[in-house]
Design a protein around this ligand. Structure first.
Ligand SMILES: Nc1ncnc2c1ncn2[C@@H]1O[C@H](COP(=O)(O)OP(=O)(O)OP(=O)(O)O)[C@@H](O)[C@H]1O
Ligand SMILES: [Mg+2]
Length: 222
């Protein structure tokens, strides 16, 4: 873990993570939160996982059907390894340098996603180990939407064809998140759950209300 060496920012939220099912609104709200922080005069940096680094690019290719293996799905264990490698590369290449410059970093997904998506079965402890060196977020916001709502949004956005198949997957991931968030909260992580089924403006207002008290005394609050 990276040491915090700036006493003026020691108690403030520096790495903020947004998590949720596919379609929960994490990309929408990451962008809005970073814009908001900038209007408040804070340096803020939006990022995402998979990252825009080399391993993240490979992951995106594989997740959209590239590098396919004939007649077989690429194993979830392979994805678990690549996501963990991408995360450490993302931290070294992008997140830590931004934090060192004093920026608040807002990431669209973090290791909670690995645990919820790849860590539900026999790989659980192994995935946890692979992520043990990744920086813990100062604040994680989980946008809670029912699996059927997430699936419907994805169909409406043209991202999936088959509603029923997607719904089954979203239900599994939702169960994965439930276990993961409980475990990480018990380990001391600050995790807040918001109603992701509210309108985008309402979700955004709730995020601002959550984040503002954690920004440190130097920030104007309104
Ligand atoms: N609060 C909301 N209410 C209704 N629709 C929303 C809300 N937030 C986002 N959407 C819509 O749902 C879709 C998914 O939003 P977004 O891309 O932000 O979600 P995401 O969690 O990043 O999804 P993915 O995991 O697939 O990247 C988009 O079409 C977006 O416009
Ligand atoms: Mg997204």
């Amino acid at each position: 873990m990276t040491k915090l060496d700036d006493s003026t920012t020691r108690d403030s939220a520096r790495l903020i993570v947004l998590e949720g099912l596919d379609g929960a609104g994490t990309t929408t709200q990451t962008k809005r939160l970073v814009e908001h922080l900038r209007t408040k005069g804070r340096a803020a940096h939006a990022t995402r996982e998979p990252s825009d680094g080399p391993i993240g690019k490979l992951l995106r290719e594989m997740l959209t059907g590239g590098h396919a293996i004939p007649n077989a799905a690429i194993s979830q264990s392979t994805f678990g390894l690549l996501f963990a490698a991408d995360r450490l590369d993302h931290i070294q290449r992008e997140v830590d340098p931004q934090l060192a410059q004093g920026a608040i970093v807002v990431s669209d997904r973090w290791y909670h996603s690995s645990l919820a998506y790849q860590g539900t079965g026999a790989d659980r402890d192994w995935i946890t180990q692979l992520n043990a060196r990744a920086r813990r977020p100062d604040l994680t916001i989980f946008l809670s939407v029912r699996p059927e709502v997430a699936a419907q949004r994805r169909v409406a956005a043209g991202r999936v064809q088959e509603l029923f198949e997607d719904l089954r997957m979203q239900e599994e991931v939702a169960a994965g998140y439930k276990a993961t968030l409980a475990e990480l909260a018990a380990a001391g992580e600050r995790i807040e759950t918001l109603d992701g089924e509210a309108t985008p403006d309402q979700v955004f207002a709730a995020i601002v209300a959550l984040v503002t008290p954690h920004l440190g005394a130097s920030v104007a609050l309104s």
